[in-house]
Ligand binder design. Structure first.
Ligand code: PMP
Ligand code: GLN
Length: 379
C-alpha cells in the first residue's frame, strides 16, 4: 500500500498521554478536563438512555438540538442560521472538519493553514489530495502578516483554515485580522473553514469574533464547534457545523455517507441542557481562575508564560531552564519530573524550535497545585 499520509505518525496527543500514563505523570498534555460534566447533564443522558429514542437520529441531527444551536448563535453572535438547512450535528468537531474538507477539496487544490496548526488540518487536506500551504507564525505573538497570506493565494486556492481562539497559541483573531481576510478572498473562489471549538473560552474581556459575524465570510464559511469543549465532555464526540444553505446541502451529501447520523440520546440531552445558557456563558470566568492560578504560579518557576487570551491551553517558554529541543524536553519533563505537556514544535510541518511547551489547565485545583509543585523543582 502506498500511504496517503507518509509523513504522519501517531498523534502527539496520544504519544504524550501514553507516556504520562507509563510514568504516572500529571497529564497536562492532551486537552481534556480531569473533572466531570454537570450532574444534571449526566442525568438527562441517563433519562434518554432509559426512555429513548435510542435509534437513528435524523441525518442532520436531532431538530431540538439544531434549534438550540440556532438560538445560541443568534444570541451570542447575532446572526441567524436556519436549523433545517444550515446546521448539521457531527461526531465531534473532528468529523465536521473532515466532512467540510471532503466537501470542498479536489486533488491539487491548495489549502492555506496557519502554523502552529491543530494536528488534524494538514493530514485531512492530504487525504483528499489537497496541498497544504502553511503560513508560519512565530512566538511570542504569533501575529499574522496578511501580505504573506496574500502572496500565497493562487487560482488553485480552495480553502483557508482559521482557528480562533487558537489551539495551541491561545491567541484570538482581531477584527482587523477578519477584515484582512475578507479583503483577501473578495475576488477569489476561496472558502473559509473556521474552527471555533473554544468559542466561549476567552479571558480578560477579549472580544472573540466568529467568522459568522461577517456577512461576506458567513456566505463562504463552514463554522465548526464542539460540545466536548462546551460541556467538559470530550469523550462524547458531538459537535456541529454551521454553513449557509448551499454549502450545508453539499456538506450533508458527504455527511450521510460518512457517519449518517450521531448519538441520539446524547443529542436529546444536550438539547434540553442548552435551554439554560448559563453553563456556556460562565466558561470564560470558570477557566480564567485556572489560567490566573497557573500564570501566577509559573512566575516562581523557570517557565515564562506567554499571553493567553483564550482556550484552556497556556504556552510557556522554558529557555531559561533548558536548551533541549521541545520534544526531547517534553519527554524528559514527563519521565523525570512527572509532568506531561505538548511540544509546540509538533504543530509545525518543519523543524521549528522555540523552546515552548503547551500546558493544559482544564484541571481541578488540586491537580494544578500538585503540577506547580513539580514544576518548581525543574531547573
Ligand atoms: N479543533 C481544535 C482546535 C481542537 O482543539 C479540537 C479538540 N481538542 C478539535 C478541533 C476536535 O474536537 P472534537 O473533540 O469535538 O472532535
Ligand atoms: N484537541 C485535543 C488537544 O489539543 C486533543 C484531541 C486528540 O487527542 N485528538 O489536546
Amino acid at each position: 500500500l502506498t500511504s496517503k499520509l507518509p509523513n504522519t505518525a501517531t498523534s502527539i496527543f496520544t504519544h504524550m498521554s501514553q507516556l504520562a500514563l507509563q510514568h504516572q505523570a500529571i497529564n497536562l498534555s492532551q486537552g481534556f478536563p480531569d473533572f466531570d460534566p454537570s450532574p444534571r447533564l449526566i442525568s438527562l443522558v441517563e433519562q434518554y438512555l432509559r426512555t429513548g429514542p435510542n435509534q437513528y437520529a435524523p441525518m442532520a441531527g436531532v431538530r431540538a438540538l439544531r434549534e438550540q444551536i440556532s438560538d445560541k448563535v443568534a444570541t451570542t453572535v447575532d446572526v441567524c442560521y436556519h436549523p433545517d438547512t444550515e446546521i448539521t450535528i457531527t461526531a465531534g468537531a473532528t468529523q465536521a472538519l473532515f466532512t467540510a474538507m471532503a466537501t470542498l477539496i479536489r486533488p491539487g487544490d491548495e489549502v492555506i493553514l496557519f502554523e502552529p496548526a491543530y494536528d488534524a488540518y494538514g493530514p485531512t487536506v492530504q487525504v483528499f489530495g489537497g496541498i497544504p500551504k502553511p503560513v508560519i507564525l512565530r512566538a511570542p505573538d504569533f501575529a499574522i502578516d496578511w501580505s504573506v497570506v496574500a502572496a500565497l493565494i493562487t487560482p488553485q486556492t480552495r480553502l483557508i483554515v482559521i482557528n480562533s481562539p487558537n489551539n495551541p497559541t491561545a491567541r484570538v483573531l482581531s477584527d482587523t485580522d477578519y477584515q484582512q481576510l475578507i479583503q483577501l478572498i473578495r475576488n477569489t473562489d476561496c472558502y473559509v473553514l473556521s474552527d471555533e471549538v473554544y468559542e466561549h473560552i476567552v479571558y480578560d474581556g477579549v472580544q472573540r469574533r466568529s467568522a459568522a459575524h461577517y456577512p461576506s465570510l458567513r456566505e463562504r464559511a463552514f463554522v465548526v464547534a464542539s460540545f466536548g469543549k462546551l460541556y467538559h465532555t470530550t469523550g462524547w464526540k458531538v459537535g456541529y457545523c454551521l454553513a449557509p444553505h448551499e454549502l450545508t446541502a453539499e456538506f450533508r451529501k458527504v455527511h450521510q455517507f460518512n457517519v449518517f447520523s450521531v448519538n441520539t440520546p446524547i443529542q436529546h440531552a444536550l438539547a434540553d441542557f442548552m435551554k439554560d445558557a448559563e453553563a456556556y456563558l460562565e466558561l470564560g470566568a470558570f477557566f480564567q481562575k485556572k489560567r490566573d492560578f497557573l500564570e501566577t504560579a509559573l512566575q516562581e518557576t523557570g517557565f515564562r508564560p506567554l499571553p493567553c487570551q483564550g482556550t484552556y491551553f497556556l504556552v510557556a517558554d522554558y529557555s531559561a531552564i533548558s536548551r533541549l529541543p521541545e520534544k526531547e524536553f517534553c519527554e524528559t519533563l514527563t519521565k523525570q519530573h512527572g509532568i506531561a505537556t505538548i511540544p509546540i514544535a509538533a504543530f509545525y510541518h518543519r523543524d521549528i524550535n522555540q523552546h515552548l511547551v503547551r500546558i493544559c489547565f482544564a484541571k481541578q485545583e488540586q491537580t494544578l497545585q500538585q503540577a506547580v509543585e513539580r514544576l518548581l523543582q525543574v531547573s
